[in-house]
Write a protein that binds this ligand. Structure first.
Ligand SMILES: Cc1ncc(COP(=O)(O)O)c(C=O)c1O
Length: 454
């Protein structure tokens, strides 16, 4: 079946590239046949990593790379406090949440203390997909509705329910009949009543998004489907990274509530201090959601995720349907998550994200006059989107973006792309990224641009 290219496919190795690989890489790639063809490898020349430390990674030949992509190792690869917490707990006990244990309780209280008081319950899972799956079920149970609205290039996970709410998976992935999409809040391209979105206030841009949501829900209800809620990544990362104008989600949450729905903030990407302005992406937007989900950055690579909710929103689901997640909330994962939270406070990852991310964006924007292929630099903290375009236009240049990724990889810098057209460099390093790391990136980026003649 013909499918449009999906974001999952853009930066990926393909079998016809096999001939160019060295014998060892080739042998490992061939052995991956056992995993089946759904798995994708990054890069024309895949990277075989064996060790990590902070924002640095090493391959099997001892070559050092700069990691500008991994938000899972949020406090840096192999942070000694996280390694120690895991090691101590795994040598003592690992079991599930049907027995009493302090770790899950201590962490539950601590993570809720980072949120507004209204959000006062939390349940643990292993992946962001599971957290979103539970969130949608809770929203449906609470409202009695079924219909969920997402953005046009949203990715929220891989369960059956959530894949159907993840248009970024491409046209071969069926979408739920009861879902509707609103446009990507693309401040680089959208025009609202003839005015460029980039210059609009949060009220005006958010008002546009809220009216798109109202239209989507009207269409849903015309088809006899009751609205259950909006599921939104608070930084719209797969859509292309759109955090601003700060506060634009205010009118959106108002519309969601007006229409009788629940607002689910998917914080898998912006949460845990990454935006540099607040612990959570939704806080930066000045809103209080009904449900919050997270995963990736929670436990530095241990499979840990969560769904937090207002108790009154959780009540009808939790009071009638039991929930058990074998591995979710286990003492080892909770020890890792606690260590991550402690490190975030002690090492001020939020301050670092703001300072280093601001310098990073500033230096990238400073390159624009000499390199007109850089159409837009946006983001907040250590979450940056860098649009690669045809000079003098807003036309995306996916081919060049991919060539740049491969050049960067040859210059020992790892990152990837996002956005519906796969032309936005997604710069999202571990939160311990330093100004020296920014310098490394900038010189590798300069070299990559000039070797491509752009
Ligand atoms: C915004 C968002 N939500 C949910 C998920 C799913 O998380 P997981 O891969 O842990 O299931 C992802 C994964 O990339 C994501 O980016």
């Amino acid at each position: 079946m013909a499918t449009r290219s999906t974001i999952m496919d853009t930066n990926s190795f393909r079998p016809e590239m096999m001939g160019a690989l060295d014998p060892e890489t080739r042998s490992l790639v061939e052995k991956r046949d056992v995993l089946g063809p759904a798995y994708r490898l990054f890069y024309k020349n895949p990277v075989h990593l064996v060790r990590g430390d902070g924002a640095r990674l090493w391959d099997a030949d001892g070559v050092e790379y700069l990691d500008v992509y991994n938000n899972v190792a949020s406090v840096g690869h192999c942070h000694p406090r996280v390694v120690d917490a895991i090691t101590r707990q795994v040598s003592l006990l690992n079991t599930h949440t049907r027995y009493l244990h302090e770790n899950v309780l201590r962490y539950a209280e601590d993570i809720l203390s980072t949120m507004p008081g209204e959000i006062d319950r939390v349940m643990f899972q292993c992946t962001g997909s599971e957290a979103n799956d539970l969130a949608v079920r809770v929203a449906q149970c609470h409202t009695g509705g079924e219909g969920i609205v997402v953005t046009h290039e949203a990715y929220h996970g891989n369960s059956a329910l959530i894949s159907e709410l993840s248009p970024a998976l491409g046209t071969a992935q069926p979408l739920s009949r009861s879902m509707r999409m609103v446009p990507t809040p693309d401040t680089f391209r959208v025009e609202v009543d003839g005015a460029a979105a980039a210059g609009l206030s949060a009220e005006a841009f958010g008002g546009w998004m809220a009216s798109c949501l109202r239209d989507a829900v009207a269409d849903m209800e015309r088809h006899g489907i009751r609205f259950a809620g909006f599921l939104g990544d608070s930084i719209f990362s797969s859509d292309g990274v759109f955090p601003d104008p700060r506060g634009y989600l205010g009118p959106v949450i108002e519309a969601v509530h007006d229409l009788g729905g629940v607002y689910i903030a998917d914080e898998v990407q912006p949460g845990f201090t990454r935006t540099g302005d607040a612990f959570w992406g939704f806080q930066r937007q000045g809103i209080v959601p009904d449900i919050v989900t997270s995963g990736k950055p929670m436990a530095n690579g241990m499979p840990t995720s969560m769904m937090a909710a207002r108790h009154e929103v959780l009540e009808s689901f939790a009071g009638s349907i039991p929930y058990f997640n074998t591995f979710g909330g286990n003492p080892v994962c909770m020890a890792a998550a606690q260590a991550v939270l402690d490190v975030m406070r002690d090492e001020d990852t939020m301050g670092n994200a703001k300072r280093v991310g601001g310098a990073f964006r500033g230096q990238l924007a400073g390159m624009q006059p000499d390199h007109p292929v850089i159409g837009d630099v946006r983001g907040t903290g250590l979450y940056i989107g860098c649009e690669i375009v045809r000079p003098g236009t807003k036309d995306p240049d996916q081919g060049l973006a991919l060539a740049l990724l491969d050049e960067l990889r040859e210059n020992h810098v790892l990152t990837s792309v996002c956005g519906p057209l796969g032309n936005v460099l997604k710069l999202r390093p571990p939160l311990v990224f330093s100004l020296a790391d920014v310098d490394w990136f900038m010189s590798a980026f300069e070299r990559s641009l000039s070797s491509l003649g752009v």
